[in-house]
Design a binder for this molecule. Structure first.
Ligand code: HEC
Length: 605
């Protein structure tokens, strides 16, 4: 494409040139860290059309109204994309700083269909000053060829595009750094005001994929009421409804339509629903991944322009239990101190210790962990530390950095847990519980006081559920290593009935595998996680308990990506060792099990 074409013509040329060019350059790169793009291919240097719009306050305007300004930033933002939310307060600060230097900011919401009350609340919570436009006919985003909900544009006083791309590299889909390492937009404004050439005039921009302006209606395509609503009820609404951890609600047709572009992407890339076990392994009771047919239907629905269909075909809305799902707990243990979660940034893991006050030893048959601010809680792990004077103290080695004493856990969508009949978990009187809570910021400050609810068994059960950790505290991950392997193993001293697995690594974790070598047999895979995602400390609960004879050797193998290609990596130059915080690493393969006692008859109950 010749550089000299004015921009709208260049756009036309691109459209005419068709697929090949677009496919390569415009392939979604919303999950990567921002990378420089060839600026001229993205309209940098061209005149931006004088787009007319009506802002959220109902005032009509045109881009040329900003003529007198020294420059204009157009910053995309919305109320649903996780990146936009995390970035919201920062955009407000940047806009104020730019304004003081004569550069105005216009906020462009490229996700029409978001509930306008939610949009107004987000705008207010982030503190976004100045004009805010919801792109109701998608014409504004189309004129700028917006590539993601996280993109920003800088125009000079003549409406020439001088920068487009990421604001900086702090947040992405699925990762957050403590601080940005490149401040692209600020550098662009600095250069513009100093009259200097820009070092990086275009980058890719992490964020959510936009819903395309038009889609071709397809006869016989799935409709919301007939097919899609049922899939979304089953597979998404547990988390995507008000008051839960999903970043937006998916209860209504309008909600799903507004998010259609990113839904298609997240479903196709298998980011959503969060489930990372390779297909074909041992069946899991809590497998909520999409069946191939469901995935195909969601994608076909988006490609057909999200047809609503006939309300007569609609399913009964799903109902959700309000309050405790395990019934009224016999005891509630709450964080001693409320945690103030800021609007933005990265919050280090919070640790709080609670001494329980049960007057006797107890057996727990069900537990539930309920944050009071679920929207910012990404996972909770609870470890038990038996009192020093307890006769079973020696059964429960001290909580060594989370390897032993695993007691309970929650991630969004997996908050309640009932142990299989005939089994329960032991908690002696006077036990201290250590809560480890991982908070993620979402643009709006919140206060959380997570609670653990316990339902006690009437007495000692036949079998005591335990959690063992296959762990290796001597891991050493070399700087830059893209696929470093470490392992841990343990031989079963007794026959064991295994109920489930919880692999645990931090942000460099890449893949994880559990294997077993039964005496005299070949190694077999129990659980394979080819794409481990640190954000999701999922528990994998076997559909059928697995009996393993004494002498079985269990292996946990972990792979780490300490290279710069891992967008979540805070520092690829560091040699990484074992440690509590997310910039350190761990290798723990938790296994829920109990010993098989002679004459045991509980299997299959
Ligand atoms: C177990 C809870 C859970 C379930 C089930 C779930 N989601 Fe999500 N979803 C989340 C959370 C939490 C996030 C925000 C992640 C973040 O903060 O980065 C998210 C983010 C998203 C995003 C934004 C992009 C991204 O990956 O961050 C899309 C789109 C999405 N979900 C669609 C879906 C769809 C469609 C389904 C059902 C097919 C679904 N989700 C099921 C919890 C869930």
């Amino acid at each position: 494409m010749p550089r000299t074409l004015p921009w709208p013509q260049a756009l036309l040329a691109l459209l005419v040139l068709g697929g090949a060019l677009l496919a390569e350059d415009d392939a979604p790169d919303v999950q990567e860290r921002p990378r420089p793009l060839k600026a001229a291919d993205y309209g940098v240097g061209a005149l931006v059309p004088d787009i007319a719009f009506t802002d959220l306050d109902g005032k009509p305007a045109k881009l040329s109204d900003y003529r007198t300004a020294r420059g204009l930033v157009i910053a995309c933002t919305n109320a649903s994309c996780p990146l936009c939310k995390r970035q919201g307060p920062k955009l407000a600060r940047l806009a104020a700083a730019f304004e003081a230097r004569g550069v105005a900011t216009l906020f462009l919401n490229p996700t029409p269909g978001e509930d306008l009350d939610v949009v107004r609340a987000a705008r207010k919570a982030f503190g976004l000053p100045g004009r805010y436009v919801v792109d109701s006919d998608r014409a504004f985003a189309a004129a700028l060829r917006v590539r993601s909900t996280g993109e920003a544009f800088l125009l000079d006083a003549t409406r020439t595009l001088v920068y487009r791309g990421a604001v900086d590299d702090q947040y992405g889909v699925g990762y957050a750094l403590e601080a940005p390492t490149h401040r692209y937009l600020e550098q662009a404004v600095d250069a513009l005001l100093a009259g200097k050439p820009l070092e990086v005039p275009a980058t890719s921009a992490p964020g959510c994929v936009l819903t395309p302006a038009e889609a071709t209606p397809v006869a016989g395509a799935p409709t919301w009421h007939a097919q899609v609503a049922r899939i979304v009820q089953d597979r998404c609404q547990t988390c995507h409804r008000p008051g839960e951890n999903g970043p937006f609600s998916l209860l209504r047709y309008e909600d799903a339509k507004a998010q259609a572009g990113m839904i298609r992407y997240a479903v196709e890339e298998r980011l959503m629903p969060p489930w990372f076990a390779a297909p074909g392994g041992l069946p899991m009771a809590n497998d909520h991944s999409l069946a191939a047919r469901e995935r195909d239907q969601l994608i076909a629905w988006v490609d057909a322009g999200c047809p609503e269909g006939d309300p007569k075909d609609a399913p009964t809305p799903r109902t959700f239990v309000e309050g405790w799902r395990i019934g009224t707990p016999d005891a509630i243990v709450e964080l001693p101190n409320p945690v103030n979660v800021p609007a933005e940034g990265v919050v280090p893991y919070q640790f709080q210790l609670v001494t329980t006050d049960f007057d006797e030893d107890r057996w727990v048959e069900a537990f539930e962990i309920r944050p009071t601010a679920p929207q910012v809680v990404h996972h909770v792990l609870v470890f038990a530390d038996y009192p020093l004077d307890h006769p079973r103290r020696s059964d429960q080695p001290r909580n060594r950095a989370g390897i032993d004493g695993y007691f309970a856990a929650m991630v969004p969508g997996q908050t309640a847990f009932r142990f299989p009949p005939g089994t329960a978990r032991f908690i002696p009187r006077g036990t201290r519980l250590m809560f480890q809570v991982h908070y993620t910021t979402n643009g709006t400050a919140a206060t959380d006081r997570t609670r653990l609810g316990l339902v006690f068994a009437p007495g000692r059960p036949e079998n005591e559920i335990q959690t063992a950790g296959l762990s290796n505290t001597r891991i050493r991950i070399p700087p830059g290593a893209p696929n470093h392997q470490e392992g841990a193993d343990r031989t079963l001293p007794v026959a064991a009935r295994v109920f489930g697995f919880t692999p645990h690594m931090h942000v460099r974790g890449k893949a994880f595998r559990y294997e077993a070598e039964l005496p005299g047999e070949k190694l077999r895979v129990l659980l394979d996680i080819p794409n481990y995602d640190f954000n999701w400390q999922l528990h994998y609960r076997l559909a059928e308990p697995l009996d393993l004879p004494a002498g079985t050797r269990l292996y946990a193998t972990a792979w780490y990506d300490n290279s710069a290609d891992n967008p979540a990596n805070p520092d690829p130059t560091r040699r990484v060792r074992w440690g509590d915080q997310t910039y350190d690493e761990m290798l723990i393969g938790y296994v829920d099990w109990h010993p098989i006692l002679e004459g045991d008859t509980t299997k299959g109950r």
